[in-house]
Ligand binder design. Sequence first.
Ligand SMILES: *Cc1c(COP(=O)(O)O)cnc(C)c1O
Length: 411
Amino acid sequence: MEIDIIKKTDPEVAKYIELEFKRQQNTIELIASENFTSPAVMAACGSVLTNKYAEGRPYKRYYNGCENIDKIEELAVKRCCELFKCDHANVQPHSGAQANMAVFLYALKTGDTILGMDLSNGGHLTHGSSVNFSGINYNTISYGVDENGVIDYNDVEKKALEYKPKLIIAGASNYSRIIDFERFSKIAKEINAYFMVDIAHIAALVATGVHPSPVSYADFITTTTHKTLRGPRGGIIMCKKEHASGIDKAVFPGIQGGPLEHIIAGKAIALKEAQSEDFKEYAKQVVENSSYLAQELISNGIDIVGGKSENHVMTIDLRKLDKTGKDVANLLEEVGITANKNTVPNDPTSPFVTSGVRIGTAATTTRGMKKPEMKEIASIIADAILEKDSIENLKNRSLNLCKKFPLYENI
Ligand SMILES: *Cc1c(COP(=O)(O)O)cnc(C)c1O
């Protein structure tokens, strides 16, 4: 076992890996951006591939000895193109943020205007937040959601016509509805803007047809590989043929040096897994679980932004209960449920406090949990927030669920 090898060299680090394994085993993971990747993916990420420098693209490297690396990266690219039915894929971005950065470098000049979803409305930092490179280097205009948590498409169009952004970004980190990519692309066409879709959160749903695909509409599609897609931590850029060589150059030498080929091997494996019937079932179950979890929370007296979830994620709205997201996320941790505080539309509090908690079903569904478990999770959450059961008892209820759905045989 890997852990025994680590123990011999570094017992301190080994101890914390073991503790982290126990934490993952014994808590209910509702952080919407997290998942549990397969042992095969983890093995590839810990393999000898970490030793190799391979700057450049397959068969066009700046280093010798890349004959095996080339084949692996080629497989990852081919599988990505098959899975998403896209023209071109670059699997080298180290993360979702790097993928977005490379698209910006290719499509924009410093100071150009971008139109993206506001962070506190569910967008991502890299879509123009003032503390991120995207907001520092580019002129950001933001759109948001209405009181039901639905994107205000009329506002997107109005702002597009008024500010003429060079790039329009769709995609979010906290949005519980289907996104209308066709509507976005029509708006982008009207003003001759590039259209980028960031599917970091919904990648598995797009890959399996559970969410409509942006491929026929977008110039660029970026994603992470570690959220619903259930691969290793990393990013991918997909694009139309005409942008392929520009995007490749923006990744390397534009923003990165040597690619993480051990992670790219993990991406290749995850993409193969994502082509299976099992994975299609998984993605469907993620959405079913999410929709049901939202309903159950509501019937237990807990509000959900917009009243439903159409994908894998939702936000608990605590405004009526006069509780903060910060306190409730901490309370859930005490009872064995991990989640994160999040703003709700027009949140009266600060982003450090918030009036919401974001929860998602990608990780629990990977463990095999289905509707009966979602019912129990909703009940644990509601009983914790409404103080209907003791912390001790709630903790045991969470642990019982986890014990029924073990995670990995060993580490
Ligand atoms: C998570 C996320 C990213 C960033 O991914 P990292 O790998 O954390 O850099 C980018 N865009 C969206 C929409 C995300 O949710």
